[in-house]
Design a protein around this ligand. Structure first.
Ligand code: ATP
Ligand code: MG
Length: 439
């Protein structure tokens, strides 16, 4: 890490073109409407379920992630953007949001009542960039605290299911599993290690390592050579204690009653260490290897592990970039203006700005783009057309003298109208109503 810091801190040759950091992307204006649409729809739905937003810093003490995610996970061992700041503090860019939520909730005493929280924003992991896998990526996450029953597990699964309906994503599949309670896991871990030891020579180096540090994670291996060994491994579901089993059964029955199709996948363990009981993933086959768009589960031990009082918790995070790739572009509202204001002459450009401001005040939904920078009617109309606007408003010397504004559709044949300035708001209001009803 020190080596990299030194390299990137070196002053680049002044002629060298500076580029974004590998695996980190600009979201350009042509794409931002899709982002905003997805974020807005998700927020509306979160509020409909009574969830409240929490915003935490992008940078935390490294120790927070070591203690929560676990030192032996890939994230902490290999992927964190970790650095010492000028005061010598050991800091990291957040690789996920759960640890920060728990830290903030402990710090501000939020655990005296149940909490339903959500967050959204960038996360940072130094993974190998590829389709659906970036070094800065975005998550929308939900964390609930203080609720131990299977009803809340069901609620968040129903929320995600509803979200896919709103986003018009019908092809996501739900996989669920239970990792049991800590004591169940100890028994299971022993059985799994015994089994895997019999296949030690066939394991890859990573898995041989994990056999000591984190054997459950071997089930999550993406190495196809290990698939047959993993498929024949003992199932965690056979090691569930009575309480964990009852919790899981109630959740499964609830999903059935709600008409949610799911598959039980006893190999689903999730990448992070802190889960117990319910774990789940929503998966698509449309994104190649990076098919998980949303993942989560229960993590009843984490709050205590981070120094708070024992508090049950369940949550999930979804990968915004992966979901965006699945969205049908036809559902995305664009940000083209309704109206492009053409203004030619000595006085007209300034007059047009003043009229435009009044219109925006009177019609809060109006999207109006003023032409700025002068030019002939012809060149301004070309820009108006290119802007994607539906209508042009026109102000020249002639209109100024008469106290009218020209109005013309940019999408079809129709005569230019002359509208008295006083009637402009009412006219535009009518056109906007027609637009809203056709969306
Ligand atoms: P994966 O198995 O794909 O590496 P993960 O188990 O590391 O995922 P989580 O930490 O549970 O993922 O994050 C939740 C979601 O965030 C993932 O399901 C995925 O949609 C998204 N995500 C995780 N890492 C990345 C990344 N590097 N780039 C883009 N999206 C990501
Ligand atoms: Mg990962």
């Amino acid at each position: 890490m020190t080596q990299e810091l030194t390299t990137s801190a070196a002053t680049p040759d002044s002629t060298e073109l500076l580029r974004a950091v590998r695996g980190m992307h600009d979201i350009l204006p042509i794409h931002s409407a899709r982002w905003q649409w997805l974020e807005h729809q998700t927020q509306l739905l979160l509020h409909a379920y009574g969830y409240q937003e929490i915003r935490t810093p992008l940078v935390e003490m490294t120790a927070l992630f070591c203690r929560s995610i676990g030192n032996v996970t890939d994230i902490v061992a290999k992927e964190m953007y970790q650095f010492s700041d000028r005061g010598g503090d050991d800091l990291s860019l957040r690789p996920e949001g759960t640890a920060s939520c728990v830290r903030a909730a402990i710090e501000h005493g939020l655990f005296n009542q149940p909490q339903r929280l959500w967050y959204m924003g960038p996360m940072f992991r130094r993974e190998r960039p590829q389709r659906g896998r970036f070094r800065q990526f975005h998550q929308i996450g939900v964390e609930t605290f203080g609720l131990s029953g299977p009803d809340i597990d069901l609620e968040i699964l129903l929320f995600t299911k509803r979200l896919w309906e709103v986003l018009q994503l019908p092809n996501l599949q739900l996989e669920i599993n239970s990792l049991g309670d800590p004591a169940d896991r100890v028994h299971y871990r022993t059985a799994l290690v015994n089994y895997l030891q019999q296949h030690y020579d066939s394991l890859d180096e990573d898995s041989q390592q994990r056999l000591i540090t984190n054997p459950l994670r071997i089930l999550d291996s993406k190495n196809p050579a290990l698939a047959p060994i993993i498929a024949a491994a003992p199932s965690v579901l056979e090691y569930l204690g009575d309480e964990a089993r009852a919790h899981f059964n109630t959740l499964c029955r609830g999903l059935e009653r709600a008409g949610v199709t799911y598959t039980i996948n006893p190999r689903l363990v999730r990448g992070l260490d802190y889960y117990n009981r319910t774990v789940f993933e929503w998966i698509t086959t449309e994104l190649g290897a990076q098919g998980t768009v949303c993942a989560g589960g229960r993590y009843d031990g984490l709050v205590e592990q981070l120094g708070g009082r024992s508090t049950p918790a369940v949550g999930f995070a979804l990968g915004v970039e992966r979901l965006l790739e699945l969205l049908d572009p036809a559902f995305i509202e664009n940000h083209a203006p309704d109206v492009y204001f053409v203004a030619v002459g000595e006085q007209a450009p300034i007059e047009a700005l003043l009229i435009a401001d009044r219109l925006r005040r009177e019609l809060p939904h109006l999207r109006l783009l003023n032409h700025c920078g002068g030019g002939s009617f012809k060149s301004q109309f070309k820009k108006a057309d290119k802007s994607g606007a539906q209508w042009a408003l026109i102000l020249g010397d002639d209109e100024l003298t008469k106290g009218v504004i020209g109005m013309k559709t940019l999408r079809g044949e129709a005569q230019q109208l002359q509208i008295p300035v006083a009637e402009l708001t009412a006219q535009l209001d009518q056109l906007l109503r027609a637009r809203v009803s056709t969306i």
